[in-house]
Design a binder for this molecule. Structure first.
Ligand SMILES: Nc1ncnc2c1ncn2[C@@H]1O[C@H](COP(=O)(O)OP(=O)(O)OP(=O)(O)O)[C@@H](O)[C@H]1O
Length: 268
């Protein structure tokens, strides 16, 4: 059986005359720690939106564990195990982390209609929630309203909710962005301890985090794959260094060169 769990084939996405994704063929292996990097406007978000089903590709195909998911709606992809971390604005502000996790675990188990009763009644759900709260360092905040949690804890809850869905592939979108220095270590530690069998695709500007986490990296520039390799290969690649304006690959945001213009009839 192939070790590739997520694959794109010649993916193209146009916005009018702009090619935001340009013939991207990407393979993510089972259990991967794979980072997707690139300067601002490189097309990372557009690519992730196509993977999750928020945006339809203009051309190309996406496969999850060998199944063509290109035309599947977002919720079907989640059910098949392709899960993006929740965004803070998707968290229920008045619910506690325990309640949110119970809902996620119960819905995965197909008990969403009785989720609250299930939390008290179903020992397996309760045990799993406790484990997730521990894993994501949320035990001391389990019963507080999410809106009252420190920012870093809300970001941890985003990841915990995604992990509660038992993904095959977890898309981690800038997990440390905006997190104050004092709360950052929690994020780094929990990301480092994610389940080994889950493939993680990390989109991140923070190069210290990228290089401490990734075993494989893909560099996007102007919507296209510039290069792919191990962190050592990427760090030593003169093309990558040129894209990052010759600076050391550590955390600096850079402006992208002008995007590629579409050659064919524009649609988007
Ligand atoms: N809905 C849209 N309509 C038109 N153009 C878009 C749309 N979404 C993205 N773009 C353009 O596509 C290109 C890629 O943008 P995208 O947000 O995917 O890049 P990114 O790598 O995620 O950037 P950043 O790191 O700054 O978030 C940019 O030129 C952007 O302006």
């Amino acid at each position: 059986m192939s070790d590739v769990v997520l694959q794109t084939h010649h993916l193209v996405r146009r916005f009018g005359g702009l090619v935001a994704t340009h013939d991207v063929s990407l393979s993510v292996e089972r259990g991967a720690r794979h980072a997707l990097i690139g300067p601002n406007g490189a097309g990372k978000t557009t690519l992730i939106n196509q993977l999750t089903g928020v945006l339809a590709p203009s051309e190309g195909r996406i496969e999850l564990a060998g199944q063509d998911i290109t035309a599947l709606p977002a919720h079907r992809r989640v059910a098949l195990g392709l899960v993006r971390t929740f965004q803070i604005n998707q968290l229920w502000p008045t619910m506690t982390p325990l309640q949110s996790l119970a809902l996620a675990v119960s819905s995965r188990l197909g008990a969403s209609r009785r989720w609250w009763q299930a939390l008290g009644a179903d020992a397996a759900v309760a045990r799993e929630c406790e484990a997730l709260l521990r894993q994501f360092r949320l035990e001391d905040h389990a019963e507080r309203a999410t809106a009252e949690l420190p920012y870093g804890k809300r970001r941890l809850l985003e990841i915990a909710l995604a992990v509660a869905l038992r993904p095959q592939v977890l898309l981690l979108d800038e997990p440390a962005a905006g997190v104050p220095a004092g709360e950052r270590q929690d994020i780094l530690d929990t990301i480092a301890a994610l389940p080994a069998d889950v493939a993680v695709l990390l989109i991140e500007h923070d190069m210290d985090l990228v290089f401490s986490f990734a075993r494989r990296m893909t560099v996007l520039v102007n919507g296209a794959v510039l290069t792919e390799g191990t962190p050592e290969q990427i760090a030593a690649d003169p093309q990558v260094r040129a894209v990052y304006l010759g600076e050391s690959l550590t955390g600096t945001r850079h402006e992208a060169p002008a995007p590629v213009a579409a050659t064919g009839a524009a649609h988007g």
